[in-house]
Every structure is written in structure tokens, then in C-alpha cells.
Design a protein around this ligand. Sequence first.
Ligand SMILES: Cc1cc2nc3c(=O)[nH]c(=O)nc-3n(C[C@H](O)[C@H](O)[C@H](O)COP(=O)(O)OP(=O)(O)OC[C@H]3O[C@@H](n4cnc5c(N)ncnc54)[C@H](O)[C@@H]3O)c2cc1C
Length: 452
Amino acid sequence: MKVAVVGAGPAGVRAVEQLVRAGLEPTWLEESPDGGGRIYQRPPAGFRRGYRAIYGADAGRARRLHATLEALKPRCDWRPDTLVWNIRTRERLLDTQTAGRRRDTLAYDALILCTGAMDRILPIPGWTLPGVTTLGGAQIALKAQGVGIGARPVFIGTGPLLVLAALQYAKAGAPPALVLDTTSFLTKAMAAAGLLWNLPTFLRGLRYTAALRMKGVAVAEDATPIAIEGEGKVMALRWRDSGWREHVTPCDAVAMGWGLKPEAQLADLAGVPFRFDATGHNWLPERDAAGRTPVPGVYLAGDGAGIGGAEVAELAGARAALALLEDHALPADLALRAHLDGRLRTEARFRAALERAFPYPAHLARRMEDATLLCRCEAITAGELRAVARYGGSEANRAKALSRVGMGRCQGRVCGPPAAEVLAAALGVPVEQVGRLRGQPPVKPIPLPGAA
Ligand SMILES: Cc1cc2nc3c(=O)[nH]c(=O)nc-3n(C[C@H](O)[C@H](O)[C@H](O)COP(=O)(O)OP(=O)(O)OC[C@H]3O[C@@H](n4cnc5c(N)ncnc54)[C@H](O)[C@@H]3O)c2cc1C
């Protein structure tokens, strides 16, 4: 049986581990030069920083995952530097592109997609200035390259990654000038009971927050970013505190992010239906608790199936592989299956509380100023998108055709969620009613055949 796994983050590693244990030799495709995924991304060869310095409290987990990854590589058809840019479901084919520009087509009987997630952003005036990046981007720069985005950055957004990335910068000698959290303390406190479902992670979050304050970093909760200011580069953040007082904080870089959104374009191309998850404010591909989708032979695991975090990704990767084995009458570890099902149920409760504790500030997206650049690839403002709403652009894909929002290099991966909010507000309907941008091949830019 030909099994393919896309993605070598925590979910992909644990999925392949179970497949190999059952005697299969899957083809394992990873866009990056090496595995590890976002959280355990490895520095390039030759970098000498140790695990503790790179991964902090996650060093042990990172080391274990990397060890498994290395042990698995010779036991499967390991293909790094390989982007899967299309799925042809009826023929069960994957279209791939390697970094060396080679195009290939791969047949499969069963497929596990472990494609992870990316930062969710909120465009504000000035967000396209040089020096502005996502929270994840700021963190990857530190982890993978040992460099910071600036000497005095500002971090804005909400969620665990906001605090973690800011603390990592403070420890690295570039303490943020400000951490601006759009969520109020009350909102977080109200979700606290649900966070007890994973007490160690909850306590770790509290420790990180306390450590950030002890390092003297200013943290503003329930605050609103107004604009990133500067001429040719970032120079300051203009913002409003919870009492509606305006401030200007000088800085040389900005990192922004409001939680994560699944990288689910391949699931979309595979024909998996989507549903809107009101708690996490994300469109999610449909799957059961084990990762089975309504499309025969297609399984999902990790953040690409719904944001759960790295621990859940490892559990879900193993679980999806067991589901695949069972569905094909191959031996699966039933004791492990029961253990994984229990853990995944508990973690789902914790995740729901986390989403309530750090909500996406849809209200800010909905009242985005007309002049704000919404789609940076095609240079379309929020006002231009609102205008097409008046001419029949009442659905996300129709609005894309009329306005070009989401038609550029990012294919709506960045601007899609805030654009949907702007459109929904203009039409006076709930955001799920305007739908979502459909995935299109290629899921990421690839060179034209024959291009130099
Ligand atoms: C930038 C960023 C930073 C993060 N930092 C932290 C952190 O510090 N602490 C924490 O607890 N959590 C962090 N998270 C969340 C955490 O990384 C995830 O919960 C976890 O990594 C999910 O594991 P995964 O295997 O589902 O996905 P990932 O780890 O994202 O792995 C997915 C893999 O699939 C590959 N891939 C995707 N699409 C394709 C394709 N079309 N073709 C080929 N390969 C593909 C990617 O290159 C990637 O290696 C971060 C997330 C992001 C996006």
C-alpha cells in the first residue's frame, strides 16, 4: 500500500512512527530542508547553540522528537525540500516541487496531512513597513538563525505565543518596549477554570507572564493598536489603552499575531468539507476525533486539522496513523489507541478554554479604516473591499474576483480572515455567512516550468 505523509512537524513525526512500526514504508514529504515543524524548527547545519538555548523549557521534547525523526528517515522515503502544491483526489495523485526545481507526481492509496498552522494577523495602518513581522516569524528568526527582528521591538496581538515570544526576546537581550494584548484580564480570568484541564501548561503560562513583568517589560491589556508609524522603517507604535488614552511607544520593529489559523489548503484541494468553528473563529476541515475525513483515504492531524498545540499534534499524528492502519486491516496498537483517545478528549477541553481566553479581535477587523491596506500582495484597501460588497460581492470568493483581495502570492492565507470580517461587517451578516476563500493550486508560489 502506498502511504504518503505531508509535513514533518510533531504530528507528522508521530504519524510516520506508527506507520513504520506497523511495517509500512511511507513517502514523507516536507517543504523545509529538515523536519521538526514550527515549534521544533532546527537551525541550519553548523549552528552550535544548544537545545536549552534554542528551545528553552521545550528542550527535552525537541530532543526526543528530533531523535525519532532521525531514526525514521532511513526507514521511509524521506523527501525534504519538497512542497506538495496540489492534490488530485480522484486520481489519488500529489503534485510536488523540490527546492532543486524538480517537479514530480506521486501516487498514493492513503494520505495523512500534517501541514500545521500559521499566524493570524490583523492589518493596521503601517503593517507593511519594513520591520513588521508576525510573532511566529520573530520567534523563528531567534530560534533558527539566532537573530532578533530589532533591538527594541513591540509585540502586539493575543495568545500564548505573544507572551512566550516577548519573553524569549527579553531573555535574548532585546526586551520589548511594549507588549500590547488586545484581550482584557477579565476575559482571561473568566476562562481560567477551563484552563485547569492542562494544569502544567496553564501554570507555565502564568510563570511566563510573571517572568515578563519581572524583567520590567510593559504589558498593556485590553489595548488597541492604532497605527505603526515610521518613514521607510518602523519608528513607533500608536495605541490606545483600556481607558481610551492614546500613547506613542518608540520602537524599531513590530511583531504581531492573534493566535493561529490552520494551513488547510491541501485538505481543501482533497475535497474535505469545512465548517466554521465559532470558538476558535476559524474554518476547520471536517474530521472525526481520530483524524478520518469524509474523503476516503485522507486523514488529518495536528494544527492543520484544528489548532491544538504541539503536544496535541504529537497525539493526533499517532492517532491518525492508527486510524489509517485499522481502516486498512493492518495491525494497530489498541492500548495506545485508548490512551490517545483519552488524552485528546481532555486536551480538546483545554484548547476550547484557551480560545475563549484569547479571542481573535474580530471587532477591530470589522471597523478597520477604509484607507488601511488589507491585501498587501495586490495593494487593496479595506475601503475597496467594502465597495465591492455593494456591487454583488456578498461571498468571499465573489468578492475576491471583483476586488482581487486574496489573489496574490499569499492566496489569501494572510488577508483572508480579516477580509472576511470586513466584508461581513459591510453586509451586516455574521462572518461565517460570507464563507471562506477556496484553496487553489498551487497552494504556495512555485516557479513556472522552464523559468530560470
Ligand atoms: C511560527 C510559529 C511558531 C510557533 N512557536 C511555538 C512555540 O514556541 N511554542 C509552542 O508551544 N507552540 C508554538 N507554535 C505552535 C506549534 O508550532 C504547533 O502547535 C505545532 O508545531 C503543531 O505541529 P504540527 O505538526 O501540526 O505542525 P507544524 O509544526 O507546523 O509542522 C507542519 C509541517 O508541514 C510542512 N508543510 C506544510 N505544508 C506543506 C506542503 N504543502 N508541502 C510540504 N510540507 C508542508 C511545514 O513545512 C512544517 O514543517 C508555533 C506555531 C507557529 C506557526
